[in-house]
Design a protein around this ligand. Structure first.
Ligand code: ASP
Length: 436
């Protein structure tokens, strides 16, 4: 059976077992001892929690080496052709444009549906606001005063800046540069192989994460917030399939269906980890190996996208803003709506690619729109579930923009993109490599 199918089966099995455990834990029919046992297995440091954390940690282990090496390879092969500038401009424009579009659709749908009308104002959980980073600091913070420290702390934008500079210098250093470029290409093949090896345990990791998640959160919390939950979900699915599909087709002529088929394992990772950062190794290897995007584009756009392109998060923020305004009976003016679009788009640049961080930047959006930040307490109950789906949308946006930019730059191998199961690169044909 292909790895994709095994991951998808693990996903469904994890959701079912987790939900069954949730029901069992909350049912009085079960003997006390058995209930305790189940509760412990999904509790903090329990079996499923530990297995899931091991899996996420091993994914994160590869992020910094992969981003560094891949970006150095990509930019060193681009350095000569002076294409770096246009690629960066196109990528940034598309990333910011899709985010602004996503939040506008979210606001429009929320205003039409009115998910917050008639909501009772009792915040089940208290939300303690953490100060989001001031937007001005983001630019200064992009330059690493100490690249080793940037890598140790996993500061993605700083690593990107450093790697771009190294790659550019390599391409302008003659013979020595060529030698080092060869070294980094070999290293990249090795790190990619590590990603493939890790993929072999992915079904178990995905299973453990989802059992833990569904056994502790339960889907019962949805009922109280059904209108909000389903509005966000609908816009997320619309953005993920319709908007991205139309953009891909109209701007590059590529088949959305092919791209979505190849994204399935990436979705499973994003959904179970709720972190675009942890999913990054899989996103990068998928767009390079399975979609045929050259690493001179993917090595730059994917790490950047995981950091600054969060369309799913922006959608949640748009619907949440309208929901909270309606729950508190506050009318949103046209200026407030524009402020929300602008702030959410800019805030997505400073949003870290980790679970739940979208809520922290939501405080910034609410403050700018003059809405009560405590309102976030109203939506906390279903946020974790939505986080999983919006992370899948976030990574899809990265892949779509990458494919569009790569196609326009002649850096996409259409034969690989259109072929089922075929992957790019000589070592990709190894018999022992997992097949997606
Ligand atoms: N979990 C999201 C991500 O990593 C960010 C968020 O919306 O909280 O992409």
């Amino acid at each position: 059976m292909s790895l994709t199918n095994r991951i998808l089966i693990a996903m469904v099995a994890g959701i079912l077992l987790g939900s069954a455990m949730y029901l069992a834990i909350h049912s009085s029919a079960l003997p006390e001892g058995l209930r305790g046992l189940l509760e412990n297995s999904v509790g903090p440091k329990g079996l499923f929690d530990s297995l899931g954390n091991m899996f996420v940690a091993s994914l994160k282990m590869l992020v910094v080496p992969l981003v560094l090496v891949s970006l150095i390879c990509g930019s060193s092969s681009l350095g000569d052709s002076a294409r770096m500038g246009p690629i960066a401009v196109k990528t940034l424009t598309l990333y910011l444009g899709t985010t602004a579009l996503a939040i506008s659709i979210a606001l429009l749908c929320a205003l039409i549906i009115g998910p917050g009308e008639g909501t009772e104002l009792e915040t089940a959980q208290v939300f303690v606001a953490t100060a989001p980073p001031p937007l001005g600091d983001v630019l200064v913070d992009m330059i690493p005063s100490n690249p080793v420290q940037a890598m140790a702390e996993g500061k993605m934008l700083q690593i990107i800046v450093f790697a771009l500079l190294v790659g550019y210098a390599i391409s302008h250093t003659g013979e020595s540069g060529r030698r080092i470029a060869g070294f980094f290409r070999d290293l990249e093949a090795i790190v990619m192989k590590m990603v493939e090896i890790l993929m072999l345990v992915a079904p178990y990791g995905v299973f453990a994460l989802l059992v833990e998640m569904f056994a502790t959160e339960g889907i019962g919390s949805i009922t109280k917030l059904a209108a909000y939950f389903f509005t966000v979900l609908t816009v997320l699915i619309f953005q993920g399939l319709v908007v991205y599909g139309a953009l891909l087709k109209s701007l590059s002529g590529l088949s959305p269906r092919q791209l979505f088929t190849k994204m399935r394992p990436v979705w499973a990772f994003a959904f179970s980890t709720a972190s675009s950062g942890a999913t990054l190794p899989v996103t990068l290897s998928t767009v390079e190996r399975r979609m045929g995007v050259h690493n001179s584009v993917a090595g730059f756009t994917i790490p950047l996208g995981a950091t600054i392109n969060m369309d799913g998060t922006a959608i949640m923020q748009g619907v949440a803003t309208v929901f909270i305004a309606q729950a508190y009976g506050i009318d949103l003016s046209a200026t407030a709506l524009l402020t929300v679009i602008l702030t959410a788009t800019l805030a997505s640049i400073g949003t870290a690619a980790v679970p739940g961080v979208g809520l922290i930047t939501l405080t910034l959006v609410l403050e700018q729109a003059g809405l009560p930040v405590e309102g976030i307490g109203l939506i906390l109950g279903v946020d974790r579930l939505l986080d999983m789906v919006r992370t899948a949308v976030n990574v899809t946006g990265d892949a779509v923009v990458t494919a569009i930019v790569a196609k326009s730059e002649g850096q996409l191998d259409e034969a690989v993109f259109n072929q089922r199961g075929k992957r790019r690169g000589a070592e990709a044909t190894d018999d022992d490599a997992p097949t997606f």
